[in-house]
Design a protein around this ligand. Structure first.
Ligand code: HEM
Length: 428
């Protein structure tokens, strides 16, 4: 069977505003019509069932991560300004297969210890409360820009060991970095729609310049920690020794790891917080349940990850011919693994469109992915979201997202993020 004879699901379009806002009806359509299908817009086979998604994410030999495999070339005049994040040095951990993958992931994994993550809780709560203080008397705020972004940026800064003021630059740096990524396979036959990622040389120059600024700034703080270690992640990475007692990771390696954490962690976490607030407004009974018993916050977060994770799709590339649910996927095909598909599979989650904070098996969700690439920062993201939701609903139990304003998302391919989100409450 060639691609043109595969089933298609015409309305399924992860780039559309409606899909970004809520993929539920689109994945439900796919589940009913064709749970595995070829999408000509994506140039990819789409997997939407929980079991298929898990299988693909666990079988990295067949479903390779070498799908998005490059960066745009660095402008020659900026070469020396980017000592550690040049295309030849900085293959992203998400795009690697074994054995290279483990080597890249290790520096982050070894330093992201539960002890370090848990130690962040009081500081994260202080940041959340300080931000809430700045707007609580107004009776309204932009939950994304006045709260979630600032909060997730500042908590990551503290966790890593940067001054909190530096966090204001993270968003700009991350966007610049993302824009230098080639978001489609360079040599694969099936193309992922790339139009939205095309930039002029001038724009690319600007992005690389920002990446250079980030590189120098990160280097500066890492070198400072080398002289004076503290209780933070950078110090923890610097302290990892090889069997001869020498530092295992050189400074450039730590720059790359830290940038990956900033780029992978700020927007996704901010977006999860905003998504949970939206879900609670849409389901007032759940909000009442939560505000009546704040010990349910961790459940509200896990169910939020299931019902609306920040990551909508993961891209893989097949290394051999494979058959999924009777659909033949040839070698060298691009596969789009739908996390909302898995998280709202009715065979796995009863009444999957409902946000239900008491759901018994919400923990089985794949909002953080699965397999060897499972989110490296998931414990940090979960803690951040729990602290933020607890502080928000403890202090503003009647917070409501303004659902009358249409929600706009960034064009980021795998994790589109809300641009803003107005919220209001009574201030008696
Ligand atoms: C709610 C917030 C977050 C969500 C929904 C999320 C989601 C994901 C997903 C789905 C993946 C798997 C990608 C793949 O299989 O190709 C992933 C990987 C990753 N995430 Fe997260 N993430 C979040 C927060 C964070 C945070 C806070 C950090 C770090 C501070 C982080 C760092 C990473 C890294 C480094 C990887 C790559 C792991 C690898 O390829 O081995 N993420 N994330």
């Amino acid at each position: 069977m060639n691609k043109s004879s595969h089933p298609v699901v015409p309305d399924f379009n992860p780039f559309s505003a409606a899909y970004r806002d809520d993929p539920y009806q689109f994945v439900a359509q796919a589940h009913a019509a064709a749970p595995v299908f070829y999408d000509p817009n994506l140039g990819a086979f789409v997997l939407t069932k929980y079991d298929d998604v898990m299988e693909a994410l666990r079988d990295s030999e067949t479903f390779s991560s070498k799908a998005i495999n490059g960066w745009t070339p660095i402008p020659p005049d900026l070469y020396d300004d980017v000592p550690d994040l040049r295309p030849d040095q900085s293959t992203a951990v998400m795009t690697l297969d074994p054995p290279d993958h483990a080597a890249k992931r290790q520096p982050m994994q070894r330093a992201l210890t539960p002890k370090l993550v848990n130690a962040l809780r009081p500081k994260a709560a202080a940041i959340a409360n300080e931000l809430i203080d700045s707007f609580i008397d107004r009776g309204e705020c932009d939950l994304v820009n006045d709260f979630a972004y600032l909060y997730s940026g500042r908590t990551i800064a503290v966790f890593l060991g940067f001054p909190e003021e530096e966090a204001t630059k993270f968003r700009h740096w991350s966007l610049a970095r993302l824009n230098t990524l080639v978001a489609r396979p360079l040599d694969a036959p099936g193309e992922i729609s790339g139009q939205e990622f095309q930039f002029t040389d001038e724009q690319l120059h600007g992005f690389w310049k920002s990446v250079g600024e980030a590189n120098m700034s990160l280097r500066h703080y890492i070198l400072a920690r080398q002289k004076k270690p503290e209780e933070d992640m950078i110090s923890a990475m610097l302290a990892v020794k090889d069997e001869n007692g020498r530092a295992l990771y050189e400074v450039g390696e730590i720059v790359r790891a830290v940038f990956t954490l900033i780029a992978g962690g700020q927007e996704t976490t901010a977006n999860l917080i905003a998504n949970i607030a939206t879900l609670l407004t849409k389901e007032p009974a759940q909000q009442a349940l939560l505000t009546g018993n704040l010990s349910l916050v961790p459940k509200a977060v896990v169910e939020g990850l299931r019902r609306k994770t920040s990551a909508v799709g993961i891209v893989r590339r097949t290394t051999r011919d494979v058959e999924v649910r009777g659909v033949k996927i040839p070698k060298e095909s691009i596969v789009y693994v739908s996390l909302p598909g898995a998280n709202m599979d009715p065979d796995m989650f009863e009444d999957p469109g409902r946000y239900d904070i008491l759901r018994g098996n919400a923990g089985k969700n794949v909002g953080f992915g699965a397999g060897r690439h499972v989110c490296a920062g998931k414990s940090l993201a979960q803690l951040e979201a729990e602290v933020a939701i607890d502080a928000l609903y403890r202090r503003i139990p009647n917070l409501k997202v303004d659902l009358s304003i249409s929600r706009e998302f960034s064009t980021t391919f795998t994790a589109p993020a809300l641009k803003s989100l107005r919220a209001t409450w009574q201030t008696t």
